[in-house]
Design a protein around this ligand. Structure first.
Ligand code: ASP
Ligand code: MG
Length: 441
């Protein structure tokens, strides 16, 4: 058995759905379970519709048109979609009357995207004569906590999924399961979501729990690339990365996979293969526990913009215990997640990647320290064998020095797979280009 996951752009319209259906059919003998995202930008459109409803306007035109047009073009009649759209309209009407939208209602609302896309795909496969059956996440036992918009799956999922999909694995069930990504239900039966991009986690969870041979996530590029091909056109595919490297890639700006999606497959060692839907024959990139050969010196370069640097200095803290504890507590209080950190005895520099207002945090920090906030920064991360950092950094700084780039902070992850540096956001692309040239030749 394998798991095949297709994201929103892979199922964005009738043409893409036809293409994905052919890919699924081509893998039929591997016994795939399929995980889908909502069609195209449906999740964003639902969120826009929610905001409009809070303001008093009920408008599901975009979402409705996309789904009806697609069904018509595919030549299928899916009453279940019309039913969901009716429920969605009722929900939006409710929101428009209350002028209020809780996190819980928001999750219920965005769940319609994935629920419609699996119904569409299952109906289309049926039409092609391929037995298929749609499942909402809870039909395969996806139970989460009640942390709406960013729920965590509960441990019992490991037993629920094999129970629900056991007949398919054993061959007793012929219909290919087409399962919603991204969503779950909590213990009280309330719909939750696993966070934006959470379909990857749904897929790896199912694959790991089912003991799948492989989890495939299908993209529009040749797997994982050495860097963003829009920034560096010489970017090339990376055949193999480790779970740890993939996680760092995802954390630091690569669009490849949701960072949390590595958790289940790491536990079981299930390989994840990133495949190109426009180039089925290409092996893509495989994500595994350990490199099969020698660890490559450099695997990839990523960058993430919209980063803010916070510089905190306190001479009072010289030699005193608890300086960092005090600082981290303020970040905890304001629910801000720190990405990169560099510290000395009396100062600490850290970065956050958030649109949240930082004034409350800064006011708290200023009670004991001098604080400087610098916006519009970017983190450029080199995913590499950091045990060889001296030689890598020597190449990095030779190249950057030659080009007159000033690095404002540098941090080598203890995970030994990354070196991150902070630069001005306006220079990020150029830095990536320089480094790609220097490190990949
Ligand atoms: N549809 C959801 C999103 O756009 C989940 C996903 O695509 O993974 O975030
Ligand atoms: Mg999506």
């Amino acid at each position: 058995m394998i798991v095949m996951k297709f994201g929103g752009s892979s199922v964005a319209n009738a043409e893409r759905i036809r293409h994905v259906a052919e890919i699924i059919r081509a893998y039929a003998e591997k016994r795939p379970a399929v995980v889908l995202s909502a069609m195209g930008d449906t999740t964003d459109h639902l969120l826009e519709a929610a905001d409009a409803a809070v303001g008093g306007t009920v408008d599901i035109e975009k979402v409705e048109k996309l789904h009806f047009d697609t069904a018509r073009e595919l030549g299928i009649d899916v009453p279940a979609i019309a039913e969901l759209l009716g429920e969605l309209r009722t929900l939006l009407t409710g929101i428009s009357m209350l002028h209020e939208l809780t996190r819980r209602t928001r999750d219920y609302l965005v769940s319609f995207g994935e629920r419609m896309s699996v119904r569409m795909m299952a109906a289309y496969l049926q039409k092609l004569g391929t037995p298929a059956r749609f499942y909402d996440a809870w039909d395969v036992g996806m139970v989460s906590d009640s942390n709406y918009m960013s729920a965590e799956l509960l441990d019992e999922v490991w037993e629920n999924i094999p129970r629900c999909l056991g007949d398919y694995k054993s061959g007793a069930q012929k219909e290919i399961p087409i399962v919603t990504g991204f969503i779950a239900k909590d213990k009280n039966g309330i719909i939750t979501t696993l966070g934006r991009g959470g379909s990857d986690l749904s897929a790896t969870m199912i694959g790991a729990a089912m003991g799948a041979e492989e989890i495939q996530t299908w993209k529009d590029v040749d797997g994982i690339l050495t860097t963003d091909p829009r920034v560096v056109k010489e970017a090339r595919p990376v055949p193999e990365v480790t779970y740890e490297e993939a996680q760092e890639l995802a954390m630091f700006g690569s669009q490849v996979l949701h960072p949390r999606s590595m958790i289940p497959c790491r536990r079981t060692g299930t390989p994840v293969r990133v495949k190109n839907s426009y180039n089925i024959k290409s092996p893509g990139s495989v994500i595994v526990e350990k490199h099969s050969g020698e660890t490559p010196r450099v695997t990839a370069i990523t960058s993430v913009k919209g980063v803010t640097l916070i510089d905190i200095e306190s001479s009072r803290m010289l030699g005193a215990a608890g300086f960092l504890a005090h600082i981290f507590n303020q970040f905890l209080k304001w629910e801000l997640s720190i990405d990169v950190i560099a510290t000395s005895e009396v100062s600490v520099s850290l970065t956050v990647n958030t649109k949240k207002d930082l004034s409350g945090l800064v006011a708290d920090l200023e009670k004991a320290s001098k604080v400087v906030v610098k916006k519009d920064k970017a983190i450029v991360t080199i995913i590499c064998d950091a045990t060889r950092s001296s030689s890598i950094l020597s190449d990095v700084f030779t190249a950057l020095g030659r080009e007159g780039v000033n690095v404002q902070m540098i941090s080598q992850g203890a995970s030994k797979v990354n070196i991150s540096m902070l630069v001005d956001a306006s220079e990020a692309n150029r830095v990536v280009q320089i480094l790609h040239g220097a490190l990949f030749g």
